[in-house]
Design a protein around this ligand. Structure first.
Ligand code: NAD
Length: 503
């Protein structure tokens, strides 16, 4: 993040420095809304040097399955900033999602999506809503590590890392400070996922202490999303992991009534990408009726990101004033208030005419009132003592009676390792399971040292890894199919694995 900080500082000193940006005109309405956006930036003196890059439909159709030319990567690496219009992914097999490719290749760890209501100028039930969703972008179930393990069972690994949590949570608090926001809400499901979501939540509580000037609170994601949908005006910044963030950012945009108006940022340590949240709208492409507001709001985020917050405010306020003046593109037309339905280009001209003016009804943009700087320190790893205390061995077994497999495994005493329990889909079925529990062909068999005792968090005796390997070999020779193993560890004397339901 060092580079980002230096850049921000330099650009705050002189708002009028040239900012070089890799610009993708995209497909469908992309070129129309990009032209309108760049025209407004130019008129506001944003001093953007647009380096055009080729991505999208034509690149896909030329046989490049990732949808991005090699030369585009070079421009991105040089400029470190991308302003991207929406693209069309052709139908058919084998085309990789360009957004996922860019996000992963460039390490864009934070997805930032501010969503506001603009009532009464854009129809919504939630006037006063002004929420920013900060979503972790690289980890969680979206790491894409999936396996079919038995005929009946597939799995997707949910990976949550401490460095990943620290980076996104710090980003959320720093964002709040940089743009004058007051509260950060964490959304997790750690009542169920005590280790993964528990880590995210613990990191949130630790880092919140370093930001006493910003209010913080936490909510369980299910009730949190319901409350967001019911009373969005009570939220300011929300930070959450990848899947939850994907869902709640769409809920937020939908209820604000501004899917066509919202921009979003994908922020990495070295590179940042800004785009509208809507797609390429092929149904209206070429008709000059598209609303350029989503891309314009993305460009405003880009300007704030590089420290040109005054120019960002000027453009945002001119845009808000244009909404208030009721010059609307067709998508936000309302019979009762729209003065004139304008084309994409006419809308841009109205915004340009309003530069220097402030809205009188909608809240004035005050991005420049925050400290404008986002600082993410390097992750510092604190070593912990890791001790192997057992193993979960997953077995593919077609039988239905847990006592049958349990009694066989219970008789295995390999180097003092002993069966502790068997679960099926997380529910304990042996010993003393309930007959009602439905069992699949996927059995988790937990083995620990024979003398282990449960005593609060401190449970098991250390186990030698050689014994774990020997145990698998014995199971294999007894005819069981071992489909995977998970080592059981203690970290700094604390149990670091979940217990089976009913264990
Ligand atoms: P879409 O967002 O393009 O369109 C949905 C509806 O909203 C359409 O009726 C469209 O006319 C309207 N709309 C969208 N943006 C508008 C604007 N700025 N002004 C006025 N009306 C607007 O979603 P879709 O139809 O599901 O997808 C079309 C294409 O876009 C697909 O190929 C999809 O893969 C792609 N897509 C790209 C991105 C991206 O590049 N980030 C994101 C989403 C979808």
């Amino acid at each position: 993040m060092e580079k980002l900080q230096t850049k921000n500082k330099a650009q705050r000193v002189n708002n009028y420095n040239v900012t070089k940006v890799a610009v993708a005109y995209g497909d469908g309405i992309g070129p129309e809304i990009m032209d309108a956006t760049l025209k407004i930036l130019d008129a506001a003196g944003a001093n953007i040097q647009a380096d055009k890059i080729e991505i999208g439909e034509q690149v896909y159709l030329s046989g490049n399955s990732s949808g991005i030319e090699k030369s585009a990567w070079e421009t991105i690496n040089k400029n470190k900033l991308i302003l991207k219009a929406p693209i069309t992914t052709p139908q058919g097999k084998g085309y990789k999602s360009l957004n996922v490719t860019l996000r992963k290749a460039l390490g864009l760890f934070a997805n930032v999506r501010p969503v506001s209501a603009f009532a009464p100028y854009v129809e919504t039930n939630f006037a006063g809503m002004d929420v920013v969703v900060v979503r972790e972008n690289e980890e969680d179930l979206y790491a894409g590590i999936e396996h079919q393990q038995t005929q009946d069972v597939v799995q997707c690994l949910k990976l949550i890392t401490r460095p990943g949590c620290e980076k996104i949570v710090r980003y959320a608090f720093e964002y709040a400070r940089a743009y004058g926001r007051k509260k950060v809400t964490c959304m997790v499901k750690d009542n169920i996922m005590k280790l993964t979501d528990g880590l995210f939540h613990n990191v949130f509580k630790e880092i919140a202490l370093a930001y006493p000037d910003i209010e913080s609170n936490s909510q369980i994601i299910d009730i949190g999303s319901a409350r967001l949908a019911a009373t969005p005006q009570n939220y300011d910044v929300i930070v959450t992991s990848n899947l939850y963030g994907d869902i709640i950012s769409d809920i937020a945009a939908e209820i604000a009534g501004s899917v066509g108006m919202a921009g979003s940022a994908n922020i990495g340590t070295n590179v940042a990408m800004f785009e509208a949240i809507h797609g390429s709208a092929p149904d209206i492409a070429g008709k000059k009726v598209a609303n350029p507001s989503g891309l314009l709001n993305a460009a405003i985020m880009l300007l704030s990101h590089v420290g040109k917050t005054q120019i960002a405010d000027n453009i945002k306020n001119a845009w808000l004033k244009t909404l208030e003046d009721c010059y609307h593109t067709a998508d936000i037309y309302q019979e009762a208030i729209t003065k004139e339905v304008v084309s994409t280009g006419e809308f841009a001209n109205r915004v340009i005419d309003n530069l220097g003016k402030l809205p009188t009804q909608l809240p004035v943009s005050k991005l420049s009132e925050g400290n404008g700087e986002i600082k993410i320190p390097e992750y510092v790893r604190k070593e912990q003592k890791q001790v192997l205390v057992g193993v979960d061995i997953f077995i593919n077994w077609k039988g239905k009676n847990p006592n049958e497999i349990g009694d066989i495994l219970n008789n295995i005493n390999s180097f003092k390792m002993k069966l502790k329990m068997i679960t099926n889909r997380g529910v304990k079925v042996y010993p003393n399971g309930l007959a009602e529990t439905y069992c699949t062909d996927h059995w988790r068999c937990r083995f620990v040292d024979i003398d282990s005792k449960i005593d609060g968090e401190k449970i098991y005796n250390p186990v030698d890894f050689e014994k774990v390997i020997a145990l698998q070999s014995i199971l294999h020779h007894k005819g069981f199919e071992v489909i995977k193993t998970e080592n059981l560890y203690e970290f700094d004397g604390k149990r670091a694995f979940s217990l089976g339901q009913g264990e």
